[in-house]
Each structure stands twice: as C-alpha cells, then as structure tokens.
Ligand binder design. Structure first.
Ligand SMILES: *Cc1c(COP(=O)(O)O)cnc(C)c1O
Length: 311
C-alpha cells in the first residue's frame, strides 16, 4: 500500500498491471494498459528484485509519460550494471524501520532532472519557493525530513554497500542449496539482475507437495525459521480503500465520479498471475547479520519440511 496510497492522494487512479514469476511487473502487461490518460508508470522492485526496465522506458518514451521507480526494497540493486533509481525519471527509497537502512521513518527521492528536483522540493515543503521569499507556488504538504533524521540517514548510507553485498552473498548461498529442489523457486542472481534481498521470498510448486501453504509455513516456523505465507494476503486491489472506495469522506474520489471520467473496476482475477504467485509464496526475513550457519539452518529446515510433504 506504500506505493498505492500516494497515488490516490494525488487524485490519480492506480491501474494494476500483472507480474512475472518473480512478482515484478511484466512490461507486456503495462503495454496493454497505457492509454492517453496515463501519466506515469510506477515499477516496484519487489524484495529488491529488478523490474525489466528497458522495455518500460521504451513505452514511456513513446507515449511521453514518466517512470517513477519504487526502490523502497531495492537499495543498490543492479539492473544490467546500473543501479535502480537511476534509470527512470524519478525514484523513491524508504527509510522506514524495516528497510535496508532506516532513520526511523522517512525516505529519499532521487532524480537527474533539475526541473523535477525543484518540483519535488516544493512538493515536500508546502509548495514554498524559498528563493522568492514567502511565496507559495503550488499545493504541497509538509513532508520535510527533520535534521535529526537526516543525520541518522546520512550515517546509515555509509554502511549501505556492505549491507546489500552481504545480504546478496548470503542469498547466493541459499539459492545454491535450493537450486536442486524442484519444489521451490527463488530470486535469480546473475550479471543482469543483482537483487538487494530486502527479504528472501520462495515460491512453492504446490502440486508437488501434499500440504497447504499455511501448514508449510507453520512447519517451517516449528523448525525455528520465522516466515510469512502469501506476503500481503490478498492483492492490493482487493484491499478496502480500493475495492470499497473508502477514500475521501464518502466521495470515493478519485475512484468514483473522477474528473478523468475513467471507469475503474477492482475485482478478484484482475491480475491472475499475481494472485497465483501470492498463493504459493513464503517470505523469509533476511538480514546482513545472519551468519553462514544461519543460512545453513534455514536450508536444513526447508529441506526437512519439503521431504516430509513431498508427493
Ligand atoms: C516500505 C515500502 C514503501 C513505503 O515506504 P514508506 O517509507 O513506509 O512510505 C513503498 N513501497 C514499497 C515496495 C515498500 O516496501
């Protein structure tokens, strides 16, 4: 919802494209949805896996629309040798407490475009153009970061490279172990795709196991491995604010009677691949402070549970 709520607060309508087998948006699904009312594409690098950005940038260029990368979970993830957040027109990183680095709460916006940078500053500072005295040039909230949080965030930046590299190295270890198990798939790590591993998701082939997703997760927890089945439960478009249009008082704005005259419908089955993926995924917390032995323990637990429930 961290991606979706800001869209609604701008009076814009989130349209959902379907995802690939790693939970990242599928460029061909975006192509089918872009129309003359589309303002921006917001790819989410989920778990720090990389969205295939090249074809998305192509569509954006062709249509003259913006690409805003959601890098909340993807600090220093690398797409074809480039850091995420440097490819789209703008990008946002989160400093909320569960992310790779944190200042308690808050975030970072990056762009290479001076005009967009000026707009971002106004947006976060009540639309106050400080170069012109007490002049308010647009509607904006107070999203200013405090000096204290800024100082903490700057100090955190110093360890970021180590954090991401260490998480990736540990993930590589577990990937290698799990490679031979046909019941599980993991996020790939290769030359073009270097994920940041905010967490470590696995996807189960349920037809090869005689157990429900819930019970599989329960068994893993019983082995001492904390984990969450389905990640977010139902897909975002079935969450109350969207499905039941619980937005601004009783207006349903911008999902009802919007000035764009754009009919919007959120329903089960809207993004079939996303729904299928959620129903077979388990998220394992990941951390740079894990030892190699911790990773081995996680593997042993997964192996034990799979062996027990194997068809
Ligand atoms: C954490 C997160 C956000 C929102 O971050 P906040 O700093 O909590 O607003 C947005 N998108 C994704 C994918 C996230 O994980």
């Amino acid at each position: 919802m961290g991606t979706i709520i800001p869209i609604l607060f701008q009076g814009a309508i989130p349209i959902f494209a379907d995802v690939n087998n790693y939970g990242c948006v599928d460029p061909s699904s975006i192509k089918k949805l872009v129309n003359d009312k589309t303002y921006a594409i917001v790819p989410v690098h989920l778990f720090g896996m990389l969205v295939d950005l090249d074809p998305i940038m192509e569509v954006a260029e062709e249509k003259g629309i913006y690409v805003v990368e959601d890098c909340a979970q993807a600090y220093l993830a690398e797409y074809k040798g480039r850091y995420v957040g440097t490819i789209g027109h703008m990008a946002a990183f989160s400093l909320q407490q569960s992310k790779h680095i944190t200042s308690g709460d808050g975030g970072i916006t990056v762009t290479n475009d001076d005009e967009l940078a000026d707009r971002a500053r106004l947006f976060a500072d009540k639309g106050w153009d400080r170069s012109k005295g007490r002049k308010y040039v647009m509607l904006g909230m107070n999203y200013r970061m405090t000096e204290l949080q800024g100082a903490v965030a700057l100090a955190q930046l110093g360890k970021l490279k180590w954090v991401v590299e260490r998480r990736r190295r540990l993930a590589e270890r577990l990937n290698k172990y799990l490679e031979d198990l046909e019941e599980v798939t993991t996020l790939p790590i290769n030359r073009d795709f270097k994920p940041s591993f905010w967490q470590y998701p696995i996807w189960l082939k349920m037809d090869k196991l005689k157990v429900s997703l819930e019970d599989f997760a329960k068994a893993l927890r019983a082995e001492g491995i904390p984990c969450t089945p389905t990640y977010i439960g139902e897909p975002l478009y079935l969450k109350t604010p969207l499905k039941d249009r619980k937005t601004f008082k009783k207006s349903g704005f911008p999902l009802t009677d919007n000035p764009f005259h754009y009919p919007v419908e959120y329903y089960k089955g809207l993004c079939p691949n996303a729904e299928k993926l959620l129903n077979r995924m388990i998220v394992i917390p990941w951390n740079e402070k894990y030892t190699e032995e911790d990773v081995d323990d996680i593997y042993e637990a997964i192996l034990k549970v799979i062996k027990y429930y194997r068809r």
